[in-house]
Design a protein around this ligand. Structure first.
Ligand SMILES: [Zn+2]
Length: 58
């Protein structure tokens, strides 16, 4: 499993997946959009600076 990018949901505070692979993070724009947050179901804008990269585990 590849490492992925998470953000802290601003509504629940839980880390939720953005669906972005960690190795693609440097190519993203500074501000990104997440639709249908896994934590609350809303859409969020998020920045690279606030994102969290998971460690891939097998
Ligand atoms: Zn959310």
């Amino acid at each position: 499993v590849a490492a992925t990018v998470l953000i802290a949901c601003p509504d629940t505070g839980d880390l939720v997946p953005t669906g972005v692979r960690a190795d693609l993070l440097p190519d993203l724009p500074a501000i990104n959009h997440l639709e249908a947050c896994a934590g609350c179901g809303n859409d969020h804008d998020w920045t690279r600076d606030e994102s969290v990269v998971t460690t891939a585990t097998d």
